[in-house]
Design a binder for this molecule. Structure first.
Ligand code: HAM
Length: 430
């Protein structure tokens, strides 16, 4: 029989690695709470058109990488529907914002999420088909200050604090402005003009995109096309005064709080909904897939989905990549030892051993429980792998209430009264 394996591009996360995942998630929750973000959980699959209308038909994500299927109607009253496993979470959050009329509060909505996303990409180190993102969105009516460059700077400052708190150093932040919806038509016209003579020599995707969505030509990864792309007009040269002033104010606020950045005028990001500020944090330690996180402003997204005017800014970090960074920094995480291994010396002591384990666990100690069917040598071998000390519970110990406890590191063996055991283990006196 052929053995079944996890599907290509997916993987199991096992302890002790999952401890590291939990640490990253806990740090995100702690840091985001200081900025008053609340958690949102949206469905893992959505109507396909949500992604086509927000991320964009011509993006790599929508045109090549989505897991989409036709969900058959189960009753005459139902219609079949095209559904897609979410390739990202911003579209779902904005859909929820509109659906729950969150703009009625008149306040900024600050929402974060932690969860799996799905893209049919070519798997390699740091790139999976099911991967996890930790992301956040700040969205609200303009009257709540959602368009202010201060929001952009605050989000970027929070990210810098998060990475520092996690102990990840050596990252770089690249920033750009892709202009507002007012700037976009002039830039697209200039791109079309510049592409006219050049596009016949470019790849098939570029040829199609030059017609349908010229901005996406800038995402092309085909090496032969790169020299041509280098010569194309840059969006930064097509910003109007309002967009330039917005970007300058973001940079000034970052300077004021000491967050270092570089400006990359070619950073357009591969999703259609971006306006004005776009950014990416990269890290050299990640190799080819060096983007730790990415994000930007999407002032028109809510309206693109039929909602109210609700400018926003957000980001998503690759949780798999954050964990890779931490593993590289600290080596493989060793599994923490339990406080005690309880070894019943015969099966007659099994029930009493469970009762003792219950007492210690209730006191908050980490306890492993052996089995009375094990020989003493085996109990010691297992205990040594799992815990700091072994507690022997035989007939004598059960009767007298005086337990035999051995510390594996020092080799020291002691008699401890059962009533004193919790205190002694907590203080690590044994
Ligand atoms: P994105 O740049 O497509 O943006 O993804 C954000 C991050 O997710 C990347 O920087 C990377 O760390 C991680 N990532 C993406 N694809 C993979 C993959 N196949 N395997 C592992 N990690 C991956 C977005 O998704 C936007 N929704 C971000 C955003 C939020 N913009 C505004 N708000």
């Amino acid at each position: 029989m052929t053995l079944l394996k996890a599907v290509r591009g997916t993987r199991d996360l096992l302890p002790p690695e999952t401890e590291l995942w939990n640490r990253v998630e806990a740090t995100a929750r702690r840091v985001f709470a200081r900025y008053h973000f609340g958690e949102i959980r949206t469905p893992i699959f959505e109507d396909t058109s949500l992604f086509a209308r927000s991320v964009g038909e011509e993006t790599d994500i929508v045109s090549k990488e989505m897991y989409t299927w036709e969900d058959r109607a189960r009753a005459q009253s139902e219609k079949s529907q095209s559904l897609t496993l979410r390739p990202e979470n911003t579209a779902g959050v904005v859909r929820a914002y509109i659906e729950h009329k969150l703009d009625a509060t008149g306040l900024l909505q600050k929402l974060f999420y932690i969860g799996p996303q799905f893209r049919r990409e070519r798997p390699q180190k740091g790139r999976y088909r099911q991967f996890w993102q930790i992301g956040a969105e700040v969205i609200g009516p303009p009257s709540a200050g959602s368009e202010s460059p201060l929001r952009d700077a605050e989000v970027l400052e929070m990210l810098a604090s998060f990475l520092n708190e996690l102990g990840i150093t050596g990252w770089s932040l690249a920033l750009n402005s892709v202009g507002s919806s007012a700037d976009r038509p002039r830039y697209i016209a200039a791109l079309r003009e510049a592409l006219k003579d050049k596009v016949p020599q470019m790849c098939a995707d570029c040829q199609r995109r030059a017609e349908t969505n010229p901005l996406r030509v800038l995402d092309c990864k085909v090496p032969e096309d790169q020299p041509v792309i280098e010569t194309l007009p840059r969006i930064a040269d097509y910003l109007d005064d309002a967009s330039k002033a917005h970007f300058a104010a973001v940079l000034a606020a970052l300077d004021a709080c000491g967050v270092a950045y570089t400006i990359n005028p070619r950073l357009v990001r591969g999703l259609d909904y971006y306006t004005r500020t776009t950014f990416e944090f990269t890290h050299g330690g990640l190799g080819a897939q060096n983007a730790l996180l990415g994000g930007g402003r999407y002032d028109g997204l809510s309206e693109m989905l039929g909602g109210p005017k609700a400018p926003g800014i957000g980001f998503a970090m690759g949780l798999d990549r954050l964990v890779l960074m931490l593993q590289a920094a600290q080596g493989e995480a060793a599994s923490a030892l339990s406080d005690a291994y309880i070894a019943p010396l015969s099966e007659a002591q099994n029930a009493a051993a469970l009762e003792l384990a219950r007492e210690l666990r209730r006191a908050g100690l980490r306890v492993e429980l052996g089995d009375g069917s094990f020989r003493l040598k085996k109990s010691f071998e297992m205990g040594n792998k799992l815990a700091r000390v072994i507690v022997l519970l035989g007939e004598d110990e059960q009767r007298s209430g005086i337990l035999t406890v051995k510390d594996f590191a020092s080799g020291e063996q002691k008699k401890v009264a059962r009533a004193e055991l919790v205190k002694a283990l907590r203080k690590q006196e044994i």
